[in-house]
Design a protein around this ligand. Structure first.
Ligand SMILES: N[C@@H](CCC(=O)N[C@@H](CS)C(=O)NCC(=O)O)C(=O)O
Length: 240
């Protein structure tokens, strides 16, 4: 063999730890040799879902703050990245990915050392996909169109409560579907009351999520901030 002994050893170690190419990319990333740009705002639930994913993977993101209130997302340079003018958007060394669920899957597939956060097996993946679409189509959709539709949100709480058959939304282990759902639910709970006695599973799940060492930084603070702003806007609407 013409290769140095160290090489063979490294290759063997790579195989033991997971897919070799993935592992190399992770190592390069940890050494900070390549850059992941992240267009974000801490108020935005889907941006926080990606933050939770990046923290879980130990990835460093270089944040570009997009001031939605100031109209940054409608500027030509941002529209070139995402013609649908939504955040989050990821620029991974020139690869542009938009939409939080797509970004989370991309990050896990490219950088995770295992497949726990987004399973590769058919059934496990289907369960996670179902909850990602629930976040997108039900939870987040209802957050966006909240003003005076309190009951509509409370039905979404009940649907989530009935869905939580395990410790996490898509089964017994934490996946990106939890990151996605908690980003919206933590914001909603700040201004649409959720009765603890009728939603014990959601409360227990939130407590489980809050145990993540990076939870507050990646999601809690932004969720509380968004809730505060929406409450103020609702009060102002009522006065008008
Ligand atoms: N399904 C999308 C939703 C993205 C979204 O609506 N983001 C909001 C901020 S929370 C946004 O950028 N709104 C600006 C706009 O729609 O122009 C995702 O998960 O990324």
């Amino acid at each position: 063999d013409y290769r140095p002994a160290g090489w063979t050893f490294l290759v063997r170690v790579q195989h033991q730890l997971g897919h070799p190419a993935r592992h190399w990319r992770r190592s390069l990333r940890l050494l900070n040799m390549t850059k992941i740009l992240f267009y974000t705002l801490h108020l935005s639930p889907p941006c926080r879902a990606v933050e939770l994913t990046a923290k879980a993977l130990g990835l460093q993101l270089e944040r570009k703050i997009v001031d939605l209130l100031g109209g940054d997302h409608l500027k030509p340079e941002f529209l070139k990245l995402n013609p649908q003018h939504t955040i989050p958007v990821l620029d991974d060394n020139g690869t542009i990915v938009s939409e939080s669920h797509a970004i989370m899957i991309y990050l896990v597939r490219k950088y995770a050392k295992d497949n726990i956060l987004y399973p590769t097996d058919l059934i496990g993946q289907a369960r996670v996909n179902a909850l990602l679409h629930f976040e997108s189509g039900v939870l987040f959709a209802r957050l966006r169109f909240i003003t005076d539709r309190i009951e509509y949100v409370q039905t979404a709480y009940r649907l989530l409560e009935d869905t939580l058959a395990d410790n996490f939304v898509a089964g017994p282990t934490m996946t990106i579907a939890d990151f996605s759902c908690v980003s919206t639910v933590a914001s909603l709970m700040g201004f649409v009351p959720m009765e603890k006695s009728t939603h014990p599973k959601i409360y227990a799940w939130i407590e489980r999520m809050q145990q993540l060492p990076y939870y507050e930084e990646a999601n809690g603070a932004g969720a509380a901030d968004l809730a505060k702003r929406i409450l103020l806007a609702m009060k102002a609407n009522r006065k008008a």
